[in-house]
Ligand binder design. Structure first.
Ligand code: HEC
Length: 141
């Protein structure tokens, strides 16, 4: 007996391990789902934010930018741009594109109205207030 690892022991390890990790997976899933409402900033989802998100989609900002790490790597991360730059900079920036600065990547002109600029800023503000455990790190893009 001692020193032999029998078939039935192997089976018990397999079933026991499987059940243990399924339960652990379920527990962590429930924990994540319970934590989301406290972290996803849903209480601040105003109509203005939703309109800004639509502008974000329709104009394919994600085709160049990342948002909380998702998207394209052509242009800076924008999940924390509201904190880094503030609303007035963001509006002035969007209005003054393309910069034409030699050697720098360019961003198109979107011809947003003042209302649309406010919506865009509201969306970026909302994004910056999601509790992501400080992702992305607060570094210059
Ligand atoms: C074709 C690519 C492209 C698209 C599409 C694009 N951008 Fe950009 N954007 C850039 C580039 C490139 C920069 C950085 C340019 C530089 O630093 O000179 C930039 C910079 C920015 C900045 C300043 C970032 C910072 O860290 O200071 C903001 C804000 C911004 N974009 C918002 C937007 C929004 C909102 C949209 C969609 C409506 C959008 N961009 C769509 C290319 C793009």
């Amino acid at each position: 007996m001692s020193g032999t690892f029998t078939k039935s022991m192997a089976r018990n390890v397999f079933y026991g391990g499987t059940v243990f990790f399924i339960l652990l997976f379920l527990a962590l899933t429930f924990d994540s789902m319970a934590t989301l409402p406290k972290r996803d900033n849903r209480q601040n989802l105003t109509e203005e934010v939703v309109a800004g998100k639509k502008l974000w989609e329709v104009n394919n900002c994600i085709g160049c930018h990342t948002l909380l790490g998702e998207g394209a790597y052509f242009a800076p991360e924008l999940g924390n741009v509201y904190v880094r730059r503030g609303p007035e900079f963001i509006k002035a920036w969007i209005k003054s594109q393309p910069t034409g600065a030699p050697g720098r990547r360019q961003m198109p002109q979107f011809n947003f109205s003042d209302e649309e600029l406010d919506q865009m800023v509201a969306f970026l503000k909302y994004m910056s207030e999601i509790n992501t455990n400080d992702w992305p790190p607060n570094v210059e893009g």
